[in-house]
Design a protein around this ligand. Structure first.
Ligand SMILES: Nc1ncnc2c1ncn2[C@@H]1O[C@H](COP(=O)(O)OP(=O)(O)OP(=O)(O)O)[C@@H](O)[C@H]1O
Ligand SMILES: [Mg+2]
Length: 280
């Protein structure tokens, strides 16, 4: 199976709504000065994504520039509709930007053709979707194994990981059930196993605990952080849960398509404001 970029009819990016390029903040400049350039695993430059709707252009991601180093846990917070999922989908190679570049380990994924990208994603990138995106006709096990079809590794390459994942996620006895026969929490766990099956270098997680109760949310975070520690993975997570975001190495806030590094206090304030204006 190969995932292809969604087609876009978005216009050229000379739209006046597109902001000027972002300059790194003092905090980011300091962070960059302190790291070895070789360790930058993700380098996003001037990324723009626009949607055209009737006569309106929505700039969902507006000249976003940021870098992440190998092994980091970065959390992104922000109000509903601020562009978090759009940004994550592009970084995970599931959507194409109108402008800008996304370098993963120095390779620009926006310049790759569909097949090359599909293989690259299979080998390096894992995505946990906001809504699980499980294929309803596939069993839990078949859903989990989808990414293994993209990178042409022998079964033995992921068998051990599969065993570990399904046991630690508590879904070992649910593998032959369809998603509709699983609880919401179990479906989310299947989606997490699918994202981790290939032991990706970068895991993108879009509100992975959004549909879970506190105990399950904490358990899922524990698992993601443990996997990250064991495999030296980089974790980029969108979350509205400040108790989770506060455990990240660095925090970013998305506001109307713009991404800014922020501290815990301003992230918490932004979340409170965002949730105040959000339909629940
Ligand atoms: N396929 C699409 N077509 C048109 N507009 C879209 C599309 N996808 C997203 N948008 C718009 O882009 C903006 C950003 O959406 P996005 O889903 O990235 O927000 P979000 O920050 O993830 O929100 P939430 O916290 O509710 O998940 C919104 O205004 C949304 O309506
Ligand atoms: Mg979203």
């Amino acid at each position: 199976m190969s995932f292809r970029y969604r087609k876009t009819t978005a216009p050229a990016v000379a739209d006046p709504a597109v902001a000027s390029p972002a300059q790194p903040s003092a905090e980011e400049a300091l962070w960059e000065a302190g790291i070895d350039k070789e360790r930058v695993i993700l380098d996003v430059r001037d990324l723009v994504r626009q949607y055209e709707q009737s006569d309106e252009v929505i700039t969902a991601v507006n000249r976003v520039t940021f870098k992440v180093k190998e092994g980091e846990f970065v959390a992104i917070v922000g109000a509903s509709g601020s562009g978090k999922s759009t940004l994550l989908h592009m970084m995970a190679g599931l959507d194409r930007p109108n402008a800008g570049s996304i370098l993963v380990r120095g390779q620009d994924i926006t310049a790759m053709g569909p097949d090359e990208l599909s293989r690259f994603r299979g080998n390096y990138l894992g995505m946990i979707f906001q809504s699980h995106n499980l294929i309803p006709q596939f069993t839990a096990l078949e859903n989990i194994l989808i990414p293994t079809m993209m990178c042409r590794k022998p079964d033995s390459a992921y068998e051990e990981n599969l065993k570990k994942l399904v046991v630690s996620l508590g879904i070992a006895d649910r593998l032959h059930h369809l998603p509709s026969e699983l609880s919401g929490g179990q479906q989310q766990r299947v989606a997490i196993a699918r994202a981790l099956i290939n032991m990706p270098h970068i895991v993108f997680a879009d509100e992975p605990t959004g549909n879970l109760d506190r105990a399950n949310a904490d358990e899922v975070l524990r698992l993601l952080l443990e996997t990250r520690r064991m495999l030296g993975q980089t974790l980029i997570m969108v979350t509205h849960d400040m108790s989770i975001a506060e455990q990240a190495d660095r925090l970013y806030r998305m506001d109307n398509g713009r991404l800014e590094q922020c501290n815990r206090r301003s992230a918490r304030l932004a979340e409170e404001e965002g949730l105040g204006g959000q339909e629940q």
